[in-house]
Every structure is written in C-alpha cells, then in structure tokens.
Design a protein around this ligand. Structure first.
Ligand SMILES: NC(=O)C1=CN([C@@H]2O[C@H](COP(=O)(O)OP(=O)(O)OC[C@H]3O[C@@H](n4cnc5c(N)ncnc54)[C@H](O)[C@@H]3O)[C@@H](O)[C@H]2O)C=CC1
Ligand SMILES: O=C(O)[C@@H]1CCC=N1
Length: 265
C-alpha cells in the first residue's frame, strides 16, 4: 500500500513518525510533497520516505492520499488534484479541521471513498486519539485499512460529524492545553527552587500517571480527587485555592472558545 501525504507540516510529520515507529508502514510506502521543499526534503532525508516534486505526483503513485494542509489552502489543493482522484483506485483521508465530508465530496467528487479524521499530535508516539467518519463509498477492506492507519498510532473513535468540533477541542487542541498545565506545574516548582528540567519531568510523569489512572479506573476523576485528598491535608487546600482562582471555569471557557472557533470555520 502506498500512502501519499499532501502537506508535511507538524501534523503530517507526527503521523509519519508514528506509522514508522509502530512498524505499520515502511518508508518506501510513504510519499510526500508540500509547499516548502526545504521542509519536506529534510523529512525525506531523515525518515527515508520518498519526496515527490508535486502534489499530482504524490496522488498518481498513491493508493491512499492524506490531505494534511491547513484549512485555508485545502480548496485550491483539492481542485489541483481532483482529476487524479480516481474513485475506483484511490481513498482520500482528510485531517483538515472543519472540512466536512459534504464539502470534500463537492470538491473531490461524490463517488470518492473518503475518510474524515481529526488526529492529535500524540500519534507521533503511538498514543494518539483520532476521531473518524467514513463516507458511504468507503467500505470493507479499504475502510479497515484507512482507519487501521490511525488505530496503529493510538485510539480511534467513530463520531458523527456534528461532534467533530467538540472532539477537536477535547483531543485535537487539548495537548496544547495539557502542555500549558504541565508548564504551569513546572513553573511553580521553579518558583519553589527546583530546576526547570527536574520540575518539568516530575510534572509530566505525574500527569501521565494520572491520565493512566483515569483510563484504568471505573471511578470518574472526582472519585480519584477524593482519594488523593487526605482529610485536613494539603491537596484539598490547594484544590480549593485553585477553584477560588477559577480553575474549572477557565478550562471550560477555553474549550467553549475553541469549539466556537471550530464551528465558525
Ligand atoms: N497540528 C495539530 O495538532 C492538528 C492539525 N490538524 C489539521 O492538520 C492540518 C495541518 O496542520 P499543521 O500540520 O498543524 O499545519 P502546518 O502549517 O504545520 O502544515 C501545513 C502544511 O501544508 C503545506 N502546504 C501549504 N500549501 C500547500 C500546497 N499548495 N500544496 C501542498 N502543501 C501545501 C505546508 O507546506 C505545510 O507542510 C490542518 O488542516 C489542521 O487543521 C488536525 C488535527 C490536529
Ligand atoms: O489549532 C488547530 O486549528 C488544529 C486543530 C486541532 C489542533 N490543531
């Protein structure tokens, strides 16, 4: 199977890194092209995947085409490759936030097997979270193969398209918010005398273990909060101070704003 990436920015690189690291694909199965030759040539050199000279060449030689450009250039890019997207031979996978299957069909053809996805950056280490929704043309083995690419680099969930904006905030953007939280923890550690390196490692490990506890527990997070909070202890004191500063309200406000922005696109 040949997979062609159109757009080789942060997200495409994360997917490619994950697929190779998990041994889902070998470098000779991956083709790439983007607007920035210096970037994609460097990626090809580093990973062993094949750099092509144009978007058209990528599509021509691929069974599965991954559209990984920013939303503002998605329309002209699809128009450029449309004639080569033979519905009998190719599958289109889009990772473009906000681009609906209806709009993809309008641009790329109503018969084309198409998978709309929304991955997150953690696919790079095989710990991604990806939402998927296939159109009616993508069935059987081709559908399994397309979704299988994202299963190989983390978890997938099939969601109605109406929920993609919310998913994008909770899983697509949230790595940025979690990094923000980790950096805040680490900064507090520095304030109290730890080195930044030590504080960041301590904070990140605590966040990773806490996430695993949530995933491995039947409790909801509030039950786990109670397990950490010793009666009369320091945790509950810190928790109440965080709430006084508006912790939960500020997280929900950030997510609301992210969803509003996703819905506006
Ligand atoms: N960064 C993330 O965590 C996530 C990003 N996405 C989606 O992934 C897509 C890419 O995002 P990023 O990688 O963050 O952006 P980026 O800016 O890092 O990469 C965009 C890529 O598109 C290429 N490009 C621009 N014009 C082109 C053209 N005419 N032909 C071919 N390539 C062209 C650029 O050269 C670049 O390689 C976006 O649509 C975004 O919504 C989805 C989920 C998460
Ligand atoms: O910031 C963005 O628009 C994209 C969507 C999800 C993560 N990054």
């Amino acid at each position: 199977m040949k997979i062609g990436f159109i757009g080789v920015g942060g997200m495409a690189q994360a997917i490619i890194t994950g697929l190779l690291k998990q041994n889902k694909l070998v470098p000779s199965e991956i083709l790439i092209h983007s607007a920035h030759a210096s970037t994609y040539e460097q990626v090809a050199k580093k990973t062993g995947v094949t750099a092509k000279n144009s978007n058209s060449e990528v599509v021509k030689d691929s069974d599965v085409v991954v559209l990984a450009v920013t939303p503002n250039v998605a329309t002209p890019v699809i128009q450029e490759i449309r004639d080569q997207l033979d519905p009998k031979k190719k599958t289109l996978i889009s990772i473009v936030a906000g681009l609906t299957l209806e709009r993809l069909a309008e641009l790329a053809g109503y018969d084309l097997p198409t998978l709309r996805t929304l991955p997150n950056l953690n696919v790079a280490i095989g710990a991604g979270m990806t939402a998927v929704h296939a159109n009616e043309n993508l069935t059987g083995k081709a559908k399994e193969e397309a979704i299988g690419l994202f299963d190989a680099v983390g978890s997938t969930v099939t969601l109605p398209e109406a929920d993609f904006a919310t998913f994008s905030a909770l899983a697509g953007s949230s790595p940025a918010y979690v990094y923000f939280f980790i950096d805040s923890l680490s900064r507090a550690g520095v304030k109290h005398g730890l080195t930044k390196k030590a504080a960041t490692k301590i904070a990140a490990q605590a966040v990773m273990g806490s996430a695993e506890m949530v995933l491995n527990s039947d409790e909801n997070p509030f039950g786990l909060i109670d397990q950490v909070s010793s009666p009369g202890g320091s945790t509950v004191a810190g928790l109440l101070a965080m709430e006084e500063a508006g912790f939960m309200t500020s997280v929900i406000k950030g997510i609301d704003t992210t969803i509003e922005r996703n819905n506006a696109e």
